[in-house]
Design a protein around this ligand. Structure first.
Ligand SMILES: NC(=O)c1ccc[n+]([C@@H]2O[C@H](COP(=O)([O-])OP(=O)(O)OC[C@H]3O[C@@H](n4cnc5c(N)ncnc54)[C@H](O)[C@@H]3O)[C@@H](O)[C@H]2O)c1
Length: 413
């Protein structure tokens, strides 16, 4: 069954969703209010960095537009607009409802909410667009978005009608995976529970790492050993300077805010957020224990919140850089993909190095903030440093290679 699919919101999730459905043969229209984004997509120039995306756009007929009337006649319309944090941490659903109102104005099919929305939201979308609605949360990871989309661990479809479920089930029938049907609220909550659990795992291992620093224990060894317990699993057990990105921080905050609205206490998730907000500053503390930061040239290696993406939203790098600038350091930054995004934030407040080699040259200290593969070759540039401090915020470097340096890291101190 080939269907006409429209995707409203052409960011990381929407563009990947559209490109992947086009790849398996469906007719896809992408709608976005950002004209520059729409034009870039139509020129086959993805506005985001995601492996394989450009080729996918080149191979397939994906049309982007700012005109909602082009979704007319769609079998399924996915809402993939952003659901950012409001100032109080609660989720801002303005884009979701605005998209729903625009969809309601045209002849549309099933409306499936892929954006991450708090329980109860899709019922409100239903009041705007009519009864044929579903929640189909997205679990892809930036940096591996296409592969995740094409090989999902499961597909969750929250809906009330057999007819709606049957269309979406068929749409996903080409993906070899488990399809779970549940209520709208269960699907909405599943996405938050998923991210909150992973965030908890990260804050947990970071707290253990901070103890290891003081107790003389090796966090790498501890994480490896507990990860072999099949009840725990080795994933999301790499200690570091915390989680960032456009999802974990905002989703945990949104869930906490939504729970508090109903008077539900969230001690555990409050602590997860608190641990995470402090974790990037552990790196600066380690640096402070080694050199005077004021006036020193500090190279921050990695800006993206994780490797494989150019996304710096809520990246720990931002906290580290802000702290260093506040302490009057000269900050030089380098990232293989995220420089353009960082320039929008920092302008001329930091030095943007052309390469890893340039970033290292003349610096007093190196802070490894994002574990890009390229940084594994750091060793060969060290002789051009002015100082000898290397701090590994991601447990990405082999300590044994840095015996001649003043080496530190999360979990080592
Ligand atoms: N980025 C991820 O890794 C990821 C993973 C899973 C789920 N999600 C969720 O998916 C949703 C989208 O995330 P994203 O990272 O793709 O966001 P994004 O900010 O990259 O993209 C959102 C897009 O929506 C567009 N938009 C906003 N209002 C619109 C409107 N009324 N009509 C049409 N377009 C509109 C924006 O211009 C933007 O291009 C969020 O709810 C997010 O939490 C994101």
């Amino acid at each position: 069954m080939l269907v006409k699919i429209s995707v409203v919101g052409s960011g990381y999730v929407g563009l990947v969703t559209g490109a992947c459905f086009a790849e398996i043969g469906h007719d896809v229209v992408l709608v976005d209010i950002d004209k520059a984004k729409v034009e870039a997509i139509n020129r086959k120039e993805p506005p985001i960095h995601e492996q394989g995306l450009r080729e996918m756009l080149e191979r397939n007929k994906v049309k982007a537009t700012t005109d909602y009337s082009e979704i007319s006649g769609s079998d399924v319309v996915f809402i993939c607009v952003g659901t950012p944090s409001s100032d109080d941490g609660s989720v801002n659903l303005d884009y979701t409802f605005s998209a729903a109102r625009s969809i309601a104005d045209v002849d549309h099919g099933i409306v499936a909410v892929k954006s991450t929305v708090v329980p109860g939201t899709t019922a409100k979308v239903r009041a705007i667009v009519g009864p044929r609605v579903a929640v189909n949360p997205e679990f892809l990871r930036e940096g591996r978005a296409i592969s995740d989309f094409m090989n999902p661990d499961r597909v969750v479809i929250g809906c009330e009608s057999d007819e709606v479920f049957s269309v979406l089930e068929q749409l996903y029938s080409q993906f070899k995976t488990t399809i779970i049907r549940c209520s709208l609220e269960t699907a909405e909550m599943t996405k938050y529970a998923n991210n909150a659990f992973l965030a908890t795992k990260i804050s947990f291992i970071n707290e253990i790492a901070n103890m290891c620093e003081r107790f003389g224990a090796d966090i790498g060894g501890v994480a490896h050993a507990i990860g072999l317990d099949s009840r725990i699993s080795p994933k999301f057990l790499r200690a570091g300077i915390g989680f960032g990105g456009s999802c974990f921080p905002k989703d945990v905050k949104a869930l906490v805010a939504r729970a508090k609205e109903d008077g539900i206490e969230t001690h555990l998730l409050d602590a997860v957020l608190e641990r995470n907000s402090r974790q990037p500053l552990r790196m600066v503390e380690m640096l402070k224990n080694r050199i005077g930061i004021k006036g020193s040239r500090i190279a921050v290696l990695g800006l993206a919140f994780k490797p494989g993406t150019d996304d710096i939203r809520e990246a720990p790098s931002l906290k580290v850089i802000d702290e260093l600038l506040g302490m009057k350091a000269e900050v030089v930054v380098y990232d293989p993909e995220a420089m353009a995004n960082a320039k929008l934030v920092y302008g001329n407040k930091v030095v943007f190095a052309q390469s890893l080699k340039n970033a290292v040259e003349g610096s007093d200290a190196l802070l490894l903030v994002t574990e890009w593969d390229e940084f594994k070759g750091l060793r060969e540039h060290l002789s051009s440093m002015r100082g000898n401090v290397v701090i590994d915020g991601r447990l990405a470097l082999d300590r044994a290679d840095f015996k001649d340096m003043d080496f530190g890291g999360v979990g080592y101190g």
